[in-house]
Write a protein that binds this ligand. Sequence first.
Ligand SMILES: [Zn+2]
Length: 162
Amino acid sequence: MRRRQFLVGGAAAVAGLGFWSTRGTAVAETFPVSMSDAAWKAKLDPDAYAVLRQEATERPFSSPLNHIEGSGLFHCAGCDTPVYSSATKFDSGTGWPSFWQAVDGGVATKTDHVLVYARTEVHCATCGGHLGHVFDDGPQPTGKRHCINGVAMRFAPGPVSS
Ligand SMILES: [Zn+2]
């Protein structure tokens, strides 16, 4: 019902986007795993800290995870929650590990305005650590491209359901 109202007319649609944007950025989300900034800094490698906690972006083609083709799960480097599966990984040619879908419940998104256009930021649903961004130019079946910083994840080889 509410969603239908947002789709009626431009003003209502903008109001809808504003609502979600505010919800994602201005109002603090709470996460099951929560630590002080100092504690994260002590726990993480400097590169992982910069990405996960400060939303930095690693250099393209810098992550060894780009080259992983075997079966397994990619875990958040902050809290070790599985966030992506090798079953949804694809070679986007961008230089960042790319997936067309996240593990169910593994991630959450918000709209960021770091650049002049809005992007969909994606983060770990468990600790809030920044993972990357989601774009609409991915392959089927979702059409989504989750462009993820390899340094924000660690790979755990093993069987996965596709
Ligand atoms: Zn996490």
